[in-house]
Design a protein around this ligand. Structure first.
Ligand SMILES: [Zn+2]
Length: 486
């Protein structure tokens, strides 16, 4: 969001209480006028500005909550009580003041501490109403998993790329921050995933009231995602063929029928999961996290272990890993990998094309779009990509190309057909589009960068490149005192 736009929606600087009231009364008058006489766009703009105002208020609450916590600690220190838990009582008091249950408020206070102590740039954006509270809390909760120094590093990255979260919903924000955090904390995350494997279970409970039998189960990530993808894909296929059952009913029926077939080892199920990672992470033991489609980022090491079929030491290269495979390991391999190459633009930020061997063009393009976009491209919608959609409609001459296509969830695909809703590809930006829900309201939607955390403009990519650095060094060396004097 631009600064000018944010300031329009921000509260005026705090003054005397009387000032605040007069501003508030003036605002109410404006809003009443818009309700009575405003157009669609006036109403939507007012809603957007109020959203910024709410965020500004939430930022002030976060400051006050952090101060409250500090007061609690000081008080306990002075009286020499609760020294084992100096913040005791702070979360509960803030929760009551916000008229909410205390669940989650300890986490909220930690986030407020991180916001004030480690992430001044994110705090400044929040104070201008550029983030909603839930967006900023998502960033901070993920940042809690890394050390303060890393959090400050991430904050500096945000300062250099203030648009990096533009139009993102909470899941996309979480993905972006987790990608950063996983480069530093992958070991505890992998351990947690392994605990899930040990704690797998299936439980069937009888509900006396409704006469239903409820199945609850927990699977490790890989087989769990495989099963989930299979059920969702099959149910969608059947529904498309005109099956009268609901998607949920079809999924229950498939699961039940497979359970009744017999030995699980004989099941003809082909479970598929999609993992996207850089060649360096796959083959050379680099730490850049991998993206598990439909889930989010996971440590690269875990994927290397899935493919290898056994535990491998950290940072092992692919050759070393293969050399370690023993016959019994090879037998254990239930994961059949099928590699597909995807190419990135110079600097590795943006996907440009996919392996050209795939058979049917639209299928290939659809897959490319879902890999590139990852989430529905409507701003702030976190939905999964269910359909590839033309930005400029096909009927109006829009081409079936990666540039003119975007991933959409089923709901947004219907929404965009509303009267007056316009979408455009951007002239100078291959992975961005403009969305105008009504005239006068415009949002930019950008596909996430393939690697790294933010798109880099071309001059920056050139400046980062090796040849440019060498050229600069060379020029600096030639930069003799006589030359500068002239
Ligand atoms: Zn959507």
């Amino acid at each position: 969001m631009s600064e000018a736009k944010a300031q329009e929606g921000s509260l005026p600087p705090a003054g005397e209480p009387g000032d605040f009231e007069s501003h508030w009364l003036a605002l109410q008058k404006d809003l009443t006028w818009i309700q009575d006489h405003g157009s669609k766009a006036d109403c939507l703009q007012a809603i957007e500005r109020l959203e910024s105002l709410v965020a500004v208020a939430r930022y002030q609450q976060a400051c006050l909550a952090h101060q409250t916590e500090k007061e609690f600690i000081r008080d306990h220190e002075e009286r020499g009580v609760n020294l084992d838990d100096q913040t005791r009582g702070a979360a509960g008091s803030v929760a009551i003041a916000r008229k909410q249950s205390p669940t989650g408020f300890r986490n909220y206070l930690v986030n407020c501490r991180v916001l004030h102590e480690d992430t001044p740039n994110i705090a400044a954006a929040f104070s201008r109403g550029e983030f909603t509270e839930s967006q900023v809390m998502t960033i901070l909760t993920e940042l809690q998993t890394v050390k303060a120094l890393r959090r400050t590093e991430f904050d500096a990255l945000f300062a250099q790329n203030p648009d990096m979260f533009e139009s993102m919903g909470r899941n996309q924000i979480k993905d972006t921050v987790r990608k950063f955090a996983l480069s530093f904390n992958s070991d505890p995350v992998s351990k947690e995933h392994k605990t899930v494997e040990e704690n797998r279970f299936a439980r069937m409970e009888i509900d006396d009231k409704t006469g239903a039998v409820n199945l609850t189960a927990q699977f490790p990530l890989l087989p769990g995602m495989g099963l989930r993808n299979y059920l969702y894909e099959e149910s969608r296929k059947l529904k498309k063929k005109g099956d009268k059952r609901t998607l949920k009913q079809i999924r229950a029926d498939i699961l039940f029928s497979y359970m009744m077939i017999g030995e699980p080892s004989k099941m003809p199920i082909n479970l598929q999961v999609g993992v996207i990672m850089t060649d360096r992470a796959l083959f050379q033991g680099e730490r850049e996290p991998a993206l598990l489609e439909g889930y989010g980022y996971i440590p690269a090491q875990e994927v290397r272990e899935w493919i290898g079929g056994h535990q491998i030491e950290n940072e092992l290269t692919f050759e070393e890993m293969e050399a370690k495979l023993t016959p019994e390991h090879i037998e254990q391999i239930e994961v059949l990998t099928e590699l597909s190459r995807i190419y990135t633009a110079p600097g590795d930020q943006d996907l440009i094309s996919m392996d050209s061997k795939a058979r049917i063009f639209p299928q290939k393009l659809k897959k490319f779009i879902s890999i590139r976009d990852r989430h529905c491209r409507t701003p702030f919608c976190d939905g999964i990509v269910e359909e590839a959609d033309h930005v400029k409609q096909y009927a109006k001459g829009g081409k079936t190309t990666a540039r003119n296509c975007c991933g959409r969830c089923a709901l947004c695909n219907k929404t965009k057909q509303a009267e007056g809703w316009f979408e455009y590809t951007m002239l100078k930006d291959d992975h961005a589009m403009l969305i105008n829900p009504v005239s006068g309201m415009s949002y930019r939607s950008t596909a996430p960068p393939a690697t790294g955390y933010a798109h880099k403009p071309f001059p920056q990519l050139a400046a980062d490149s090796q040849w440019f650095k060498e050229l600069k060094d060379k020029l600096n060396r030639n930069d003799t005192p006589e030359a500068t004097a002239a």
